[in-house]
Design a protein around this ligand. Structure first.
Ligand code: TMP
Ligand code: MG
Length: 212
């Protein structure tokens, strides 16, 4: 009997500033795909559950100080340490909906003043998403919607620079989503585009071409 090529899963990324609804939408997208009988998993960066992730959490949430370059490298290492598992899921046909990735890594560190070119280097060659949604809204608007929490980067001035960095990093194939729409509108838009991508990735190879 002929071997049927394994149809791999799609790597779907959600990026954006804090408080743009990424986590809510990522969860809803995973649920909707699962309800349609497609295996999909939610993945989140930073993954605060690993040893590296605990160091990141200490820095973001617990006031532990770290050198800017060192914390940048920890965020990148936190992606590299997950990449084997991510690839395994994709190869066995599970879609991954990923909440933040290397674009956040570069946008936040560069917004703090680190050199943009330097910031990209540790993630060069990382697995490339099949689809990237950029949830975009003005920082004033996110403030009006309840504002930021207590974590280190949740400050208006920094978030404003982060948003500029995201726009500088934006790839031609990104889907820029107006994050001021209702949750239902955004969900419908994301699901439609995700389904189209899922229909295309099928037998294509995983690409390790980030910033190459
Ligand atoms: P979270 O709110 O999605 O858990 O992310 C925590 C903060 O970490 C958020 O302000 C964005 C920032 N961040 C980086 O600075 N570099 C990274 O590589 C990632 C993934 C997040
Ligand atoms: Mg946050």
């Amino acid at each position: 009997k002929a071997n049927h090529a394994m149809v791999r899963g799609a790597f779907i990324l959600l990026e954006g500033c804090d408080r743009t609804g990424k986590s809510t939408q990522a969860e809803r997208l995973v649920d909707a795909l699962n309800r349609r009988g497609q295996r999909a998993l939610l993945w989140k960066f930073p993954d605060r559950t690993t040893r590296i992730g605990q160091m990141i959490d200490g820095y973001l949430a617990k006031g532990q100080d770290l050198n800017d370059q060192a914390v940048h490298l920890l965020f990148s290492a936190n992606r590299w340490e997950a990449i084997g598992q991510i690839q395994a899921h994709l190869r066995e046909g599970t879609h991954l909906v990923v909440d933040r990735y290397a674009y956040s890594g570069v946008a936040f560190s560069a917004a703090k003043g680190l050199d943009l070119h330097w910031c990209k280097q540790p993630d060069v060659g990382l697995l490339t998403p099949d689809l990237t949604f950029f949830l975009d809204m003005s920082i004033e608007e996110s403030m009006n919607r309840g504002g930021f929490g207590q974590e280190r980067y949740e400050k208006v001035a920094l978030q404003t620079r982060v948003r500029e960095m995201f726009h500088a990093l934006r790839e031609p194939d990104w889907k820029v989503i107006d994050a001021t729409q209702t949750k239902d509108q955004i969900h419908a838009e994301l699901l439609g585009i995700a389904q189209a991508t899922i229909g295309c990735v099928g037998n294509t190879e995983l690409k390790h071409t980030l910033w190459t």
